[in-house]
Design a protein around this ligand. Structure first.
Ligand code: THU
Length: 145
């Protein structure tokens, strides 16, 4: 979990990142701010396309930005939708993408009346499929020759 001031600052960065969203089709602007293990923040916004299925979520954009710069260890991600009264939780695909790099990630979203809420990613994606699942399977194959 984050300090209150840290969570609020991260959420504010997510709100600001949402200002760069390209969402002419849904009109739903999302910003994400990903806090890495070194304390730096990587932001992203959703980028839509006339071919709707090619649209990219804000969370994924933030992950791609960080990983493309060689950063792979993360503590938390804040996500802000267009309206603070409605918390914007990561979609299912983004939960899986976040799990790839940070199974212990903390997700920060807005919470009407409370400012923000922190949720462990493992609560949002329980019993996740991940790299360790593949590694265990490979290990068993090697053992059985
Ligand atoms: N979206 C995100 O960027 N993140 C989420 O967690 C949920 C959905 C975007 C995708 C699309 O551009 C718009 O919001 C409406 O679904």
């Amino acid at each position: 979990m984050l300090e209150q001031s840290e969570a609020e600052a991260l959420l504010e960065e997510a709100r600001q990142a949402g200002g760069s969203a390209y969402a002419p089709y849904s009109g739903f602007h999302v910003g994400a701010a990903l806090l890495d293990a070194g304390g730096s923040v990587h932001t992203g916004a959703n980028v839509e396309n006339a071919s709707y299925g090619l649209s990219t979520c804000a969370e994924r954009a933030a992950v791609a930005c960080a990983v493309g710069q060689g950063v792979r260890e993360f503590r938390a991600i804040a996500v802000a939708g267009p309206d603070d009264r409605e918390p914007c939780l990561p979609c299912g695909s983004c939960r899986q993408i976040l799990h790839e790099f940070a199974p212990d990630l903390v997700v920060v979203v807005t919470a009407p009346g409370h400012g923000f809420r922190e949720i462990p990613l493992s609560d949002l994606l329980p019993d996740a499929f991940g790299a360790d699942t593949l590694a265990q399977s490979r290990h068993r194959e090697e053992e059985s020759g």
